[in-house]
Design a protein around this ligand. Structure first.
Ligand SMILES: [Zn+2]
Ligand SMILES: [Zn+2]
Length: 253
């Protein structure tokens, strides 16, 4: 299986990073896609990729919650890296209207510029859409072309929003939230084809039940797979197989 979205390079894992990878491998998780946040994490993210060259793959981008007064500088740093070497995706980028709406205009500007990088480098774009799913969909529609694809990571929207994302050829990143009773996500996933779903943990965040509230790690992907299998009344093997193929197709591995 592939954890398409995990921040395993963060300090939360400094004491036991090798054990985290080992436990994930033991649960059948063999690849880890590392989304960037801002310039503060680039060194540790690239170090992790260097330490696990067969298993860890870095993205490059600016998280919407890191879009502040200095976002032009931040975008320049990310752009410099993209010109220098290959990254597997642009991200994470997008819009976040949950924490702070002060920089809404700047968030849109940063998001659109990063979508244009995805087009330029022909890589997927990984989208963070907290309380902004429809706004992110509209932005993608506005800039869509035949080559543009990507993931709405930690998808938490409605059936209608999911359908629009699928119609765009994008994928839904599904993680621990599907195990939360009040999320409503299980009911949406029940009705959707597996063909547009990829797995993610967003570790160390969004830990699935039964460890909700604790630090998340990639080995816990198994609880997400189990929940999807139960909801769709199919085997865990089938969920693992199809979602892995989806991720492979998207990341061209
Ligand atoms: Zn995110
Ligand atoms: Zn993330």
């Amino acid at each position: 299986m592939i954890d398409t979205h995990c921040h395993l390079y963060l300090d939360d894992f400094n004491d036991d990073r090798p054990a985290i990878i080992e436990r994930a491998n033991a649960e059948g998780v063999g690849r880890f896609y590392l989304p960037a946040i801002d310039s503060n994490i680039i060194d540790s993210m690239l170090q992790m990729e260097k330490d696990y060259p067969e298993q860890c793959f870095a993205m490059m981008g600016l998280h919407p919650c890191s879009v502040k007064e200095n976002y032009e500088e931040e975008l320049q740093i990310a752009e410099g890296w993209l010109a220098r070497r290959k990254f597997v995706a642009i991200g994470e980028t997008g819009l976040d209207f949950y924490w702070d709406k002060t920089y809404t205009l700047q968030q849109y500007d940063a998001f659109k510029r990063q979508i244009s990088w995805a087009k330029k480098y022909k890589v997927p774009v990984v989208i963070h859409s907290r309380q902004s799913t429809q706004e992110c969909i509209d932005t993608i529609k506005e800039m869509h072309d035949a080559d543009l694809n990507g993931i709405f990571h930690c998808f938490g929207g409605s059936m209608e929003e999911a359908q629009q994302i699928i119609d765009l050829g994008f994928y839904l990143g599904i993680g621990g939230v599907i195990t939360y009773k009040n999320s409503g996500l299980a009911a949406v996933i029940e009705k959707l084809p597996l063909s547009n779903i990829v797995l993610e943990t967003d570790a160390p965040y969004l830990t699935p039940v039964p460890f909700r509230g604790k630090r998340n790690e990639s080995a816990y992907l198994k609880y997400v797979v189990q929940k999807i299998a139960t909801v769709k009344n199919i085997s865990v093997e089938e969920v693992a197989e199809i979602t892995t193929l989806n991720a492979q197709q998207l990341f061209k591995v």
